[in-house]
Design a protein. Sequence first.
Lengths: 289, 804, 166
Amino acid sequence: MIPAAFAYHRPTSVSAAIALLADLGEDARPLAGGHSLIPMMKLRLAVPQALIDLAGIAELRGIRRDADAVVIGATTTMADLIASDELASIIPIIRETALVIADPQVRARGTIGGNVANGDPGNDMPALMQCLGASYLIAGSAGSREVAARAFYQGTYLTSLRPGEVVTGVRIPLPPAGHGWAYEKLKRKVGDYATAAAGVVMAMQNGRVAQIAIGLTNVGDTPLFAEAAGTILTGSSLDATTVDRAVAAAEAITAPASDGRGPAEYRTKMAGVMLRRALARAASPAAAR
Amino acid sequence: MNDMTPTPEQRVEKLQGMGCRRKRVEDVRFTQGRGNYVDDMKLPGMLYGDFVRSSYAHARIKNIDASKAKALPGVIAVLTAADLAPLKLHWMPTLAGDVQMVLADGKVLFQNQEIAFVVANDRAVAADAAELVEVEYEELPPLVDPFKAMDPDAPVLREDLAGKTTGAHGARKHHNHIFEWEVGDREATDLAFRDAEVSIKELISYQRVHPSPLETCQCIASFDKVKGELTLWGTFQAPHVVRTVAAILSGIPEHKIHVISPDIGGGFGNKVGVYPGYVCSVVASIVTGKPVKWVEDRIENLSATSFARDYHMTTEIAATKAGKVTALRVHALADHGAFDACADPSKWPAGFFNIVTGSYDFPTAHCVVDGVYTNKAPGGVAYRCSFRVTEAAYCIERGMDILAAKLGMDPAELRLKNFVRREQFPYQSALGWEYDSGDYDTAMRQAMEKTGYTALRAEQKAKQDAFRRGETRELMGIGVSFFTEIVGAGPSKNCDILGIAMFDSCEIRIHPTGAAITRMGTKSQGQGHETTYAQIIATEIGIPADDIMVEEGNTDTAPYGLGTYGSRSTPVAGAAIATAARKVKAKAQMIAAYMMEVHHDDVEFDIDRFRVKGLPEKFKTMKEIAWAAYNSVPPGLEPGLEAVSYYDPPNMTYPFGAYICVMDIDVDTGVAKTRRFYALDDCGTRINPLIIEGQVHGGLTEAFAIAMGQEIAYDEIGNVKGASFMDYFLPTAVETPRWETDFTVTPSPHHPIGAKGVGESPNVGGVPAFSNAVNDAFAFLGNTHIQMPHDAWRVWQAARRLGA
Amino acid sequence: MAKTHVTMTVNGQSAEELVEPRTLLVHFLRETLGLTGTHIGCETSHCGACTVDFNGESVKSCTMFAVQAEGAQVLTIEGMANPDGTLHALQEGFREMHGLQCGFCTPGMIVRAYRLLQEIPNPTDDEIRMGISGNLCRCTGYQNIVAAIQFAAARLNTPAQQEQAA
């Protein structure tokens, strides 16, 4: 229940945060919403010696729109994402996904930066960001860089982040107007991580799939970008046979843990079911949504 | 009569007595954050205790090195079994006649078992110090499967019982065997099975779960060295029993032990027994001379305090082809974990499992229960049920559905055909209980009518056809459950806890100005006794409930009682309240008669006063009588107006109910949605309908959770799984179904106010209703039994197995 | 570890204390400030018994450090009553509709419902259930809690109340 002791810092700029992380080394952790880190600290599964609270850095929180992308600051909360009508009109799948993450209190604190940077396979935003072709804006003492979400995850709690680096924002290219979308999440109850979840973003043209991107959550030790499944579906009319082949291809890349949510075999099959349902919803006409 | 004179209806209303939806007294403080729970209390100089717990399920303790912990500033002591041994407190007796380690003595027998107790001046320091205690283990082979517990080569768990071929409940067959309990007529039952036209046999398991109240177990022990007195505040559902046990264990005389249960944040059976945390806190307080607080966290609560259920019941029912049951035969394997810490009345090692004939008229039955040890947390307790009654009800209700499927009969029809009939009450069951009253047929038919049962079955048939045609991937299940449960432990002739008979008590004292204070031997953990007990007295004596202060939980002032669990408060304490109230009323009658200068037979009680028979305008109100009690009582009577009653119930009570659950199951994911849940309860006389409904909602929600996903499981090497709220299924408001409640009233003939108790009925009847619904959905595909819990993945696997 | 100075406003009153950085906000409220109405039911951030209102949002005070609350406005159950001392409509509603039994989840539930009704003044049954999905109850089965919140919503939305608020 009680974490081990640590020193607390609350810088007011990104550069100050980076400097602290560089100074204090790997025993220091950035603190955003804290709803992944603090529970782990209370169980003493994480014992950082210092926390760098990012809440005092105003520039890290907010949603802004470029010509061809939306840029969301790392400490923007799930509640902020849900509340933004503008964001909901441009990239509606973000609000839908945020609403199935955790519960209202957790959403008031949990941030998009924390959700994408932690490397926890249970988090929903990573697969969604892969679906959306997003990239992460990263800052460190060696400077800033940008890494595609599809290239960011290596394993459980293993990402491309180098020591002392912190995600400062997420850049999401604007999906085409009128695009189809759905995030379908199977869970035991509100607040649970996914038994399996599938995100689909696609564009149809003349009754055929022109573009499609599929992401799977919590059925591997990283989020899974189902590239092969997407390729199979591209150019199809989402006919039953092609969908079956795509589902099989998606299931084939899964390697879920067996846990209270079910044995691996079940969770793989549920990834398939979630994908089917996400495809069906994504394909339904915009007016019906 | 003029406009100013209250009518009889208005006078009754003012009393807020039995039958009305009186708003709860407790709510005033709870809604303002002014409850007084154990962890809210702070005493000067108070220290904090925290446990070091075992990483392994079965291991020898080679060494415990507490030196680093002791060196941490703020750490006062680190207690191990070696420190408790001289006080003979390293082991303690359980309520089931076994003994249990307080701190690991040479070995550990379940994961998270208590090894050492760290005492520090600060909660955080205690947590830091617990991390610094180093334990050296030598792993031993773990025993996790109860079905293997009595294998010839099964590991030896209880070395302390080596050579003991007899336990508290008779002969032991094996080093991991605890007891064998047998009841019924083996010969007649075996004969009935031999000659049966139809029979079913199924292994029906009720998985291990945990009551998980929202507040964990906690206590503050404060030993006053100067006075030689111990004060112990704690989450105790049975504070007097804790005091007596504490006196016996500690050697401190009972009159110098003050046990107080303040507000308790839910009990559900979790807080009946005595846990190592309480004992260690007491010892630490004696050793340090300071108060010591112990508050367990949730993982500790779920993995180390007492579990519930874990009964594996091989169930057989014999019947005629026409569907009349002729015999019931059950063998239950009971997994008690490392120590038998069952909180049953002492003569009942398997609780009242012999209620397993349920609501049905079995001519003969035979039942055997074998208890075994495994490397799991000790127990089990009655999690919102009377002792082992949920297990029994689940067994028979599933069994009847399995029989119905085999006979090709509707489950409700099979029940109607076999119910104990109204004219058979009081009914002697084949396994030894005398059911007090019941009208099962009426209740069942009311339930079927209110839910449109026939139409539901028609809809189900249509859906099954559509499923076969491939038009839908959803199956509909209808779960019927008609339970009879047995509560209100209990008559002294067969119910005692550690030798103390299971009566209960009430003391009432009326003040000169007509207000009153009353105390009972029970202890509410949310059941609303402060509200409902006053309602009983209000109706009996005619003093407004709002003028009656109800107190429980302070063992110095409350008369001795056996506490609140097993739905016993209304049947036993409620009866004591009525009888104490009637003693007060009898004296009030004499005072009134004396005041009005008539013979006491010439006055009669009328709502809130005594009036002269035939002269209604000549009366004395209870307020006037109260005042008179303190200045002008009849010659020969003492002043004052009070009474105490200790009530030894002549029998248990038998609440019953008819529940119908409608479920829609998505076969492709295994997710089951409860479309509708109708619950008809008969708890006899209804004291406060608002509170009864609340109890039913709560109990059904717990039943829903148990049936649909709750489980404390262990892997093959004894690691406990699901012991945090990440995995232990507690539904939120989103998953929880909406409840429809209904009732019939069949008063208990032997209870002074005819009340039976209701708190646990919904858990007893609810679990079979949900489980029967899931099973029923697949019956048309040939399903006989799908084991609980009905997690989505298990339902999905069953669906696949059945070819769905 | 050295203590840090923290200042925040709790139930309208300024609180200034020295705390260890690792002190959880819930322990700060309960132990340092003596506001024991907010409860602890788990250590994995699931149960919501510790819910407080923090800068206009419902948060689980067991999953924040007191130092993170520097400069914040915190409302707990002890601050729910109206300025004139009468009970908040939610406190009345919970009593009226029997929305509590053991009382342990109640402070967190009421404080959460308070913010929910600010966000959605007239919530449907489903919206209420979603709204309180971060608060577990073991006693009531939620049905009367939903009714209690609907009672309060109706009370808060009467023209008289709205006039008062204007």
